[in-house]
Design a protein around this ligand. Structure first.
Ligand code: MLT
Length: 216
C-alpha cells in the first residue's frame, strides 16, 4: 500500500487520480476536483464526469489528516482556520496543479476547480492567492477562507457558488461575504441557493452543469 501511494505521489506531493480527457474533450479544460473533510481522491470523480463528461479530471487527496480524515488545510475549530497553514497549503496545491499540467500535458491556463466544503474553501483560497492557476471555479458550500492583504484582480474569472440557506456549518452571511469579496475583486459570480444544509443537491448539480458549458 505504501509503495503504491508513493508511486502515485511521484514527485508531486499529493496522492491523486488523473483521468485523461476523451478525444472530444482534448481542447477543453481540466477539472480540479477537491473533496470535503473526510473524503479522498475518489469522491468527486462521478461529479466531475456529470458536470463535463469529456474533459480531463485531476483529483488530489488533501494532505492534512484530522483524526484520520483527509483535509486540504488545518483548522483550529469548526469554521476557524489555521491561516498560515491555509496559505502554505494553497501554494502547495497550486504548485501541484502546475506540475501536473506538465506531467499529464494538459493546458495550465484551462483549469476549473470543483470543490465541496473544505475543497471549496481551498479553491476559494487559490482564487484569492494564486488566481492565475484557475480559469474558473465551482464552489459548493464554501465560506470565506481568508482575506488576503492584497486583493487579486479576478476580472474574467467565472465562479459558481452553491449554498444552503440552512447550512449549519456555513451561515448565509458568510457565503454572502464571499460573494461580495469575489465580486469586488472583479469575478463574475453566479449563486445558486437551496433551502437545505451543507449538502449537494441534484438541482445544484444541474445548474452547475449548465453554468460550466460556457467554459468548455
Ligand atoms: C472547513 O473546515 O473547511 C469547513 O468548515 C468545511 C468543513 O467542515 O470541512
Amino acid at each position: 500500500m505504501e509503495n503504491l501511494e508513493n508511486q502515485k505521489k511521484g514527485n508531486m506531493d499529493f496522492i491523486h487520480h488523473y483521468v485523461p480527457p476523451t478525444q472530444a474533450g482534448k481542447q477543453g479544460p481540466t477539472l480540479l476536483l477537491l473533496h470535503g473533510t473526510g473524503g479522498d481522491e475518489n469522491d468527486l470523480l462521478d461529479l466531475g464526469r456529470m458536470l463535463a463528461p469529456e474533459v480531463g479530471l485531476l483529483s488530489p487527496r488533501g494532505n492534512v489528516s484530522e483524526n484520520g480524515m483527509p483535509r486540504f488545510f488545518r483548522r483550529l475549530a469548526e469554521g476557524v482556520f489555521d491561516v498560515p497553514d491555509l496559505i502554505q497549503r494553497t501554494q502547495e496545491l497550486a504548485d501541484f496543479v502546475e506540475s501536473a499540467s506538465t506531467i499529464y500535458s494538459f493546458d495550465a491556463k484551462k483549469v476549473i476547480a470543483v470543490g465541496f466544503s473544505n475543497g471549496a474553501n481551498i479553491a476559494a483560497s487559490m482564487l484569492l492567492l494564486r488566481p492565475q492557476v484557475l480559469l474558473a471555479a465551482v464552489l459548493l458550500h464554501p465560506m470565506v477562507p481568508l482575506v488576503p492583504e492584497e486583493m487579486p484582480k479576478l476580472t474574467g474569472k467565472r465562479v459558481f457558488i452553491g449554498a444552503g440557506r440552512r447550512d449549519p456549518i456555513v451561515p448565509m452571511q458568510n457565503t454572502e461575504r464571499l460573494v461580495t469579496l469575489l465580486r469586488e475583486a472583479g469575478a463574475d459570480v453566479e449563486t445558486h441557493w437551496h433551502s437545505g444544509g451543507h449538502t449537494i443537491t441534484h438541482e445544484e448539480i444541474r445548474e452547475a452543469k449548465q453554468w460550466i458549458q460556457v467554459s468548455l
